[in-house]
Design a protein around this ligand. Structure first.
Ligand SMILES: [Zn+2]
Length: 454
């Protein structure tokens, strides 16, 4: 044995138990009471939780949008992940346009990450209009370990609902998952025209410009397409109670429909757009109401939403300040580093989630849905020793100064936390300890996804 975590409370996706964890090389070797490990480094974790490393299944590091590049690149993005107890991230390979082959965009993204990543990573493949027809390229991407596709119902890279239906059929044959950004393009376009006609284009109108109904209708239509294709589907960043209810209704009929939400949709409201720093809170879809917050917690607790991820897509306040209207302000917020501590303080401590439920939505479920399980997302012998020592007594008031994003701000400034990651291990190596990042660029590995055979 190389490492022994002694005296803590182990939290798996099924239970909480007092147990030691022994690590050999990069793997968890044993789990149980009073383990002996002669020669191993021993860390006393009495009174602490030992959790499987979190998986942030939705991040955008080093992402170009027009002339802008996100503030966090592969290095700073994965460094802040390690500091927040996130040991695997799933980012995106995105073609520069529909003419760029999927495999080319994938090879380029892998090359960007290779020497920079500090935690392990997977990729989703963005598919643009027309590319849903190219079964050879889609198949090659899956063979390279990218087992999920991402499409949009809006923006320039949007696919029609019919095209999404065709991709769903291809994905079913490949055993891959289609993930969808759901906001109905017609509704969003009409709303923007209406606001522009009335001269109401300031960033403060962001939430008005992308109404709840745009999300709900798109989710309903995508679920319908998935039903016709007989394929599973995963809805990213669900922001509305109505959207979550549509997913719940499909699941109640036995459908393979999955949903993800983000901490900001659980914890913040559109009142932020009335403040002078509204640009810092601008992301798509926008923040909603307090009722949506509650409804999303309820659907998460009830198991109708399976994943909490962050959609980390960070811009600095300077980059954000360049926006003069809701449609030209850089859209996106930082979030990976605060994912786990926010879910603990506001999900577990407030009674919405049990500890094993938190482990499921932050680790086990994303690992299963994206083909990384049981290597990732499981705290058991044989799995990667991606572990977080979590101190439930550490009190933290969130502010940018204690965090590691190159964006230099957090949308959760002032949030009180009771409980914070004390240490993070990536495949048995200590990469974060009591405020210090100890990892290095290039130690994160690409983890190929496996298609489900069930
Ligand atoms: Zn995103």
């Amino acid at each position: 044995m190389d490492l022994l975590l002694k005296g803590g409370w182990v939290v798996t996706h099924e239970r909480v138990e007092q147990a030691d964890v022994a690590i050999k090389g990069e793997k968890i070797a044993a789990l149980g009471p009073d383990l002996e490990a002669p020669g191993a480094t021993v860390r006393d974790v009495t009174g602490k939780y030992i959790l499987p490393g979190a998986i942030d299944a939705h991040v955008h590091y080093q992402m170009p949008i027009g002339d802008l590049l996100t503030a966090d690149d592969w290095f700073t993005g994965t460094r802040l992940a390690a500091c927040g107890g996130v040991t695997t991230v799933i980012d995106y390979a995105e073609p520069s346009g529909p003419e760029e082959p999927l495999t080319q965009s994938l090879a380029q993204r892998l090359a960007e990450a290779r020497d920079q990543a500090c935690v392990d990573y997977g990729l989703h493949q963005v598919v643009m209009a027309g590319q849903e027809e190219d079964s050879q390229e889609l198949k090659k991407v899956v063979e390279k370990g990218v087992t999920s596709f991402k499409v949009f119902t809006t923006y320039n890279q949007r696919l029609s609902y019919a095209a999404i239906g065709r991709l769903l059929q291809q994905a079913r044959q490949l055993g891959a998952m289609v993930t969808v950004h759901c906001e109905d393009h017609e509704i969003v376009t009409a709303k923007r025209q209406e606001l522009e006609a009335g001269g109401r284009t300031a960033p403060a109108y962001h939430a008005t410009s992308r109404p709840a109904d745009a999300e709900i209708q798109a989710i309903q239509e995508v679920i319908r397409q998935a039903g016709e294709a007989g394929a599973p589907v995963y809805i990213v960043h669900v922001s509305t109670g109505g959207g979550a209810a549509a997913i719940a209704a499909a699941r109640a009929q036995g459908r393979q429909v999955f949903g993800e939400t983000c901490p900001h949709y659980l914890l913040l409201t559109d009142e932020r757009y009335a403040s002078p720093d509204c640009r810092l809170f601008l992301m798509c879809p926008p923040l909603r109401t307090a009722k949506d917050n509650r409804d999303l917690w309820q659907h998460l607790a009830g198991g109708d939403l399976q994943v909490v991820a962050t959609d980390h897509c960070s811009y600095s306040p300077e980059q954000k300040a360049a926006g003069t209207a809701f449609y030209n302000t850089p859209s996106g917020v930082p979030g990976t580093e605060t994912l786990l501590p926010l879910l603990y303080s506001y999900g577990v401590s407030r009674g919405w989630l049990t500890l094993p439920q938190m482990v499921r939505v932050l680790a086990t479920n994303p690992a299963r849905l994206f083909g990384l399980y049981p290597r990732k997302g499981r705290l058991a012998p044989g799995s990667d020793a991606d572990l977080v020592v979590f101190d439930p007594r550490q009190e933290v008031t969130l502010q940018a100064a204690g965090l590691h994003s190159a964006a230099g701000y957090t949308i959760f400034a002032g949030f009180s936390l009771q409980g914070y990651p004390e240490a993070t291990y990536l495949r048995g190596r200590l990469v974060y300890d009591r405020g210090q990042f100890l990892g290095q660029a290039g130690q994160g590995k690409f983890i190929p996804g496996q298609v489900s055979t069930s």
